[in-house]
Design a protein around this ligand. Sequence first.
Ligand code: UDX
Length: 431
Amino acid sequence: MNICVVGSGYVGLVSGACFAHLGNRVICVDNDESKIKTLKKGAIPIYEPGLAELVKRNYKELRLSFTSNLKQAVKSSEVIFICVGTPPRDNGEADLSFIEHVARDIALYMPSYRLIIEKSTVPVNTGEWIEHTVKLFNKRNIKFDVASNPEFLREGSAIEDFMHPDRVVIGVKSKKASDILTELYKPLDAPIVITDIKSAELIKHASNSFLATKISFINSIANICDKVGADISEVAKGMGLDKRIGEKFLNAGIGFGGFCFPKDLAAFVMISEKVGYNFGILKEVQKVNDGQRTVLVKKIEGLLWNLPKKTIGILGLSFKPDTDDIRYAPALDIISELLKEGVNIKAYDPQGMPKVKRVLKNEIKFCKDAYSVAEKSDCLVIVTEWNEFKELDFKKIKKLMHQPVIVDGRNIYDPAEMKRLGFRYVGIGRR
Ligand code: UDX
């Protein structure tokens, strides 16, 4: 198929490259000319394992191209995915003006039938607004369909998630739209849920909110474990083996971050309020999540007594491993709370440092690896569970540190082993 993907951000670029890899001819569009220039040179503006190779190969084999000319792309593609940003406004609501502009432009440029698919995470009813907007500007009365096809990919495993999804969700109004999308996703051999547009839109927000709820729930149980001397990893294991609960997303820690969960949760709370429902559970999920950052800082304080002038080493800055994304990263909140306490901070992250440097400049010291962070530190804090932190030489770390103290915000080490090695070690809800 000839596909146009509008918006070359995370979702757009991954989807475009994967659709091309499946044998379609894909044009990725972005109004940021410098981004398009970069992509044409074969450079990828984000860090995502495997993406650079996939983009390069499909670009070279002419299945994937890049342009800032939306008109040209709409003319040559029957299927158009809208993957532009829906950033949060101050009140948490999603800003849909980019979607509106693109819908209007598609209406102005489409020469014949077009299937317009919203892939960005959007509030329920956005499909209706897109349809309304396209109708308004579609002066020549050209036939079109609107569909919703939410994307569930996770950063760090985006290509794998796209190619092997648990399910593909398709919200449509017409058989033609349903047939085109079913055909497009056929090579993935995944279960396809075909439904109406509003239900498809809700599936996305409901799924992300449910996952976020699972994390805040397990973090609350971890906080109780801390108070009564139980172990969250045992509790989570015992819960997770119940198939109705499931073992995934039961890792307690410093709470979720990233651009999706916090933003989607805030948007969903707003949407619910707008339609007259007070989604109290989700508000509590947000509150518990914010509180986890403080839980960690309190643990550091509990071990170091006075914080001013102490040196704290932070391992991990990105909101999760295998990404350089620092948007809503717990590390930023934790660093800011610690700086207020007057500590010196040293930090290292395998991918996230350039982006953090732009935000924090010289407020903290950036190090070349975990060992230089440990050097003369009073406490080492695990903020992101990168694999390389799981294989550190702790005998060496202990010698380098000023005091052998570790606060593990991701529960990646065995408390008994750490104690045996001579560390004062605390995790989140560990015994
Ligand atoms: C999420 C959704 O999983 C994905 O379907 C959606 O399309 C986008 O949002 P992503 O934000 O990339 O993906 O990461 P994910 O792996 O889901 O983790 C989100 C956050 O939850 C991270 O900060 C992670 O550290 C945290 N998390 C996850 C936990 O704290 N505990 C867990 O058990 C799982």
